[in-house]
Design a protein around this ligand. Structure first.
Ligand SMILES: *[C@@H]1O[C@H](CO)[C@@H](O)[C@H](O)[C@H]1NC(C)=O
Ligand SMILES: *[C@@H]1O[C@H](CO)[C@@H](O)[C@H](O)[C@H]1NC(C)=O
Ligand SMILES: *[C@@H]1O[C@H](CO)[C@@H](O)[C@H](O)[C@H]1NC(C)=O
Ligand SMILES: *[C@@H]1O[C@H](CO)[C@@H](O)[C@H](O)[C@H]1NC(C)=O
Ligand SMILES: *[C@@H]1O[C@H](CO)[C@@H](O)[C@H](O)[C@H]1NC(C)=O
Length: 241
């Protein structure tokens, strides 16, 4: 069974030229969460480890949720962190890499998304293995089950629309891949269903939503609302050059 799984996943390995994009998060690096629309916690747990900032609406549901660091609510520091994160989002989204398309064995399936007239649709990723590189998904990146980032180096995923993980789907790091080298730049919202986990920093054009038991090893930057329902978030510090 293990062997069969390995063969199936190997078939989905996509290898591209290694990317090495300089990413300077500026003051946003000091924050685990930066958002515009406020941070809403509707569950009892957490914690969010590190500092949080919101430029617009306020932060609610803490407690019972926990934030271990400082809170910047509608301050100049929050504005600056948001501005710095937004600049990185813009930079990442302009990067051209390799389009993620269907694989013959069906481990990656590209379908036409709702309301997507141009033929760019949802990219369902199930069990795929990626090596370091820049990956562009023109519409929704929908991670159905675990995907693996294999090997040391930088990983950048951009999506034209949402970035979604189904329940219990994880981004798994192996062979030296580090969360601090992984970036997801979402063109719309980012949604982690219950138990889903992401290793990497997420920059999202609109809301980031973490359902019960979801977790992120990375930082969360959104130009929208941040909502937690009993999710835990652990930041990694992104090294700057
Ligand atoms: C924050 O927003 C919540 C929900 O809108 C509201 O109940 C609360 O009074 C606000 N707190 C502050 C300090 O503005
Ligand atoms: C898909 O999206 C890309 C980028 O926006 C665009 O260049 C392309 O024409 C679209 N349509 C198809 C069929 O790929
Ligand atoms: C993609 O995943 C979604 C959610 O699991 C599912 O509803 C849809 O049928 C899948 N599409 C394909 C082509 O497998
Ligand atoms: C996905 O990864 C998680 C975390 O490593 C693991 O607990 C789970 O069993 C994996 N699920 C599948 C379907 O392989
Ligand atoms: C996710 O994992 C939990 C704990 O193992 C399990 O109770 C739940 O049914 C799983 N959900 C799905 C949709 O597989």
């Amino acid at each position: 069974m293990k062997f069969a799984f390995t063969l199936a996943t190997l078939a989905a390995v996509v290898t591209f030229v290694s990317a090495d994009v300089a990413i300077d998060l500026g003051t946003a690096a000091d924050f685990t969460v930066v958002c515009v629309g406020g941070i809403i916690n509707t569950g009892g747990s957490g914690p969010i480890i590190g500092n949080v900032a919101t430029t617009g609406h306020n932060i609610s549901g803490f407690p019972p949720g926990a934030i271990t660091g400082d809170i910047e609510e509608r301050t100049d520091a929050a504005d600056q962190a948001h501005s710095d994160a937004e600049a990185v989002w813009n930079m990442l989204r302009a990067l051209e890499g390799t389009q993620v398309v269907s694989t013959e064995d069906g481990t990656i399936v590209v379908t036409k998304g709702m309301g997507d007239a141009d033929g760019n649709g949802t990219t369902n990723v199930t069990g795929a293995v990626f090596t370091p590189g820049i990956y562009n998904v023109f519409s929704i990146l929908h991670v159905v089950t675990n995907i693996t980032l294999d090997g040391e180096g930088q990983y950048i995923f951009t999506t034209g629309s949402h970035f979604d993980l189904d329940a219990n789907a994880s981004i798994i790091l192996t062979n030296g891949a580090k969360a601090s080298d992984v970036f997801f730049a979402s063109g719309d919202s980012t949604n982690l269903l219950a138990g889903a986990s992401v290793a990497g920093t997420i920059l999202s054009n609109s809301a980031i939503r973490l359902a019960a038991g979801a977790s992120v090893l990375g930082n969360l930057y959104t130009q929208g609302l941040m909502t937690f329902t009993e999710a835990s978030v652990t930041p990694v510090v992104t090294p700057t050059d």
